[in-house]
Ligand binder design. Structure first.
Ligand code: UTP
Length: 297
C-alpha cells in the first residue's frame, strides 16, 4: 500500500450538447449512443469499476435522464423477461449499488472545466477520476488493464495528478490539449506544461490529452472563478496547467486503443474494431467488411 488516499470516485461529464451527432442527439444523450449493444456510458462505467472505483458521479443536463434510467431497475422489463424465462445477464452491467450513483446538473454547458467544477460538492476533499465517455478506451486483447486501471496503478506509485496521453500526427494536435513532456520512464512521462488547442506550429509536442484523468481536489479551487479559454469555454486543461509545479503531474501512455467516438468516423471505427474483437460477431463482421470493400463477392 502506498498510503495515498484511494481513488473511490469517478466523475463522468455528460452535459455536452453533442452537436456533431445531430439529429441523433436531439432527444437522446450522445453518451447513450451504442457501440454494438452497449451505450458509451456503460463502457466508461465498466472501465471505472475495473479500476476499483465505487462511486459514479454524472454531471448531466436537461434531456439526459436516459443516462440515469440506464443504471436504474427497469421493473416492467425485468418482470417480463423473468415471466418469459429470458436471460437476464445482459442487464447485469447496468446494476449500480444503491447510493453509488450521484448526479449533479450543469445548467449551462460552459465547458469541460465548468462541468467538473459542478461536481465539487460530491467529490469533496479527495483525489478523483474523470472519464469522458465519448472517448472509448479498449484494453489490448492479451488481457492487459483498462486505461483507468493502468492510471490508478500509476497513481499508487507516483501520486499527484495524472492524465492519459497518446501520440497523434502533428497536424491533428489543434483539436486537443497537448502536453510539454519532461522525462519518461516506461509508460509514465513527466508533464511540464499543458496547452489547449494550440496551433500546429506552436504545439509543444504531438502528445494529446485523451479523456482520462486522476486529479487532486485542489483543481476545484483552481477552476473557481477561472476565465474562459479556447472556444469560449472554461477549460479543464487551463486549470491543470496552473497546477503544474505545485503538485506532481504525470502522463500515462495507455497500453491499448483509444477511439474518438465524439466524431462520426471515430464512432464507425470503434464499432468495427469492437465487433472484430468480439467472438460472437468477429467472423460475420469480417466477411461483411470484406464484401463491402469488394475483397470478396
Ligand atoms: P465535447 O467537447 O465532445 O462536446 O465534450 P459535446 O458537446 O459533447 O459534443 P459536440 O462537440 O457538440 O459534438 C467532451 C465531454 O465533455 C462533456 C460532454 O458531454 C462530453 O462527454 N461536456 C462538455 C460537459 O459535460 N459539459 C460541457 O460544457 C462540455
Amino acid at each position: 500500500m502506498s498510503g495515498r488516499k484511494p481513488i473511490r470516485k469517478a466523475v463522468f461529464p455528460v452535459a455536452g450538447l453533442g452537436t456533431r451527432f445531430l439529429p441523433a442527439t436531439k432527444a437522446i444523450p450522445k453518451e447513450m449512443l451504442p457501440i454494438i449493444d452497449r451505450p458509451l456510458i456503460q463502457y466508461a462505467v465498466d472501465e471505472a469499476r475495473e479500476a476499483g472505483i465505487e462511486q459514479m458521479i454524472f454531471v448531466t443536463g436537461r434531456g439526459k435522464t436516459a443516462l440515469i434510467d440506464h443504471f436504474d431497475v427497469a421493473f416492467e422489463l425485468e418482470v417480463t423477461l423473468r415471466e418469459r424465462a429470458k436471460d437476464m445477464a445482459a442487464l447485469e452491467p447496468t446494476r449500480i449499488q444503491p447510493g453509488n450513483l450521484a448526479t449533479v446538473r450543469q445548467q449551462v454547458p460552459l465547458g469541460l472545466g465548468h462541468a467538473i467544477w459542478c461536481a465539487r460538492g460530491i467529490v469533496g476533499d479527495e483525489p478523483f477520476a474523470i472519464l469522458l465517455p465519448d472517448e472509448l478506451m479498449i484494453a489490448n486483447a492479451d488481457g492487459g488493464p483498462g486505461c483507468m486501471k493502468q492510471m490508478v496503478e500509476a497513481y499508487d506509485e507516483v501520486g499527484g495528478n495524472l492524465i492519459s496521453v497518446l501520440a497523434v500526427p502533428r497536424e491533428e494536435v489543434s483539436s486537443y490539449g497537448v502536453i510539454t513532456p519532461g522525462t519518461s520512464r516506461g509508460a509514465l512521462t513527466e508533464v511540464r506544461g499543458l496547452v489547449e488547442k494550440p496551433k500546429v506550429e506552436e504545439a509543444p509536442s504531438n502528445l494529446i490529452v485523451s479523456g482520462r484523468y486522476i486529479l487532486q481536489p485542489e483543481v476545484m479551487r483552481t477552476l473557481e472563478g477561472q476565465e474562459k479559454g479556447a472556444g469560449g469555454e472554461i477549460q479543464l486543461t487551463d486549470a491543470m496547467a496552473r497546477m503544474i509545479g505545485a503538485q506532481p503531474f504525470h502522463a500515462v501512455t495507455f497500453a491499448g486503443k483509444r477511439y474518438d467516438c465524439g466524431s462520426k468516423a471515430g464512432f464507425v471505427e470503434a464499432t468495427l474494431a469492437v465487433a472484430l474483437e468480439r467472438e460472437d460477431l468477429r467472423d460475420e463482421v469480417r466477411a461483411i467488411a470484406q464484401r463491402l470493400l469488394g475483397l470478396t463477392t
